[in-house]
Design a protein around this ligand. Structure first.
Ligand code: NAP
Length: 264
């Protein structure tokens, strides 16, 4: 199947082969998209470049999304090499480790600022840069989590950042809709990645997830890739400003409980 044949995607957020962004990249590659990658820090290049090469991409550019000049440089390079873009994937988040445990009210002003800058403002900045390369429309995607809608232990400042990210998705969708650019968020169930390892209690939450979620199965980066392909494809041409849950149905439960869901 080639739902994305002829489309060009710029993907931010591959740290290694466990990254959700990498699951999305592989799915988009299988569907015929031409891919370009941006990574966060010089240390990551040795991991990201071979992954990019394995899907036929030689566009691998450094970009710390807190730096406007680096953002400008990546999009200038994309403009030179590709002329236009059809898809932008934003799979980036960060909060200080001490802000991902204990009580939310202990979050420092600086910790709050960092989480919002890296995890939310970057989406606004990358979307602004990408829209200039999407004269015939396009699809912009970000990654969010249920902790932005309901309280999840230890997720704390990142939950508040995800709430802002989901709101930003709607505002960007309203701004860019008239240009034929769609903006959507995928709310993923737990996936074992580097970022997830930074949230205290993730392991036990991950273990219980498949016992509680209606579909009784874990989420894989491939599952998220499938949803991303659909959202980026013309099949989703009338879908914008949405938060699509890819979570085995976990979010529909009012009172999640292993006992209650195992009763037959
Ligand atoms: P990941 O593999 O660690 O990816 C996160 C990426 O964000 C990394 O490549 C990281 O680079 C990058 N990043 C952090 N700060 C950056 C900066 N200043 N500039 C550029 N990039 C930066 O983890 P992931 O789980 O796939 O996360 C991808 C997205 O999915 C995040 O938005 C996350 O919140 C979301 N999500 C994850 C889950 C889950 O359970 N894993 C569930 C729902 C949503 P470094 O490694 O250098 O920091």
């Amino acid at each position: 199947m080639t739902l994305l044949a002829g489309k060009r995607a710029l993907i931010f957020g591959v740290a290694n082969d466990h990254s959700i962004a990498w699951g999305i990249a592989r799915a988009m590659h299988e569907h015929g998209a031409e891919l370009a990658f941006s990574y966060a820090s010089p240390m990551l290049e040795r991991r990201v470049r071979p992954l990019a090469e394995s899907v036929g991409s030689d566009f691998v550019e450094l970009c710390d999304v807190t730096d406007d000049q680096q953002i400008e440089a990546v999009f200038a390079k994309a403009s030179d090499q590709f002329k236009r873009l059809d898809i932008l994937v934003h799979a980036i988040a960060f909060a200080n480790r001490e802000d991902l445990e204990g009580s939310f009210y202990t979050t420092s002003r600086e910790g709050f600022r960092i989480a919002m800058d890296v995890s939310v403002y970057s989406f606004v900045a990358l979307s602004r840069a990408a829209q200039g390369l999407m004269p015939e429309g396009g699809s912009i995607l970000t990654l969010t989590y249920y902790g932005g809608q309901k309280v999840v232990a230890n997720y704390n400042v990142m939950g508040v950042a995800k709430a802002a990210l989901e709101s930003a998705t709607r505002y960007l969708a309203a701004d860019l809709g008239p240009k034929g650019i769609r903006v959507n968020a995928i709310s993923a169930g737990p996936v074992r990645t580097l970022s997830a390892a930074g949230v205290r209690g993730f392991k036990s939450m991950y273990r219980e997830f498949a016992e509680i979620a209606p579909l009784r199965r874990q989420i894989s980066a491939e599952d998220i890739g499938g949803a991303a392909v659909w959202l980026a494809s013309d099949l989703a041409r009338s879908v914008t400003g949405e938060v699509l849950f890819v979570d085995s149905g976990y979010n529909i439960l009012g009172v999640p409980s292993i006992d209650a869901t195992n009763r037959t």
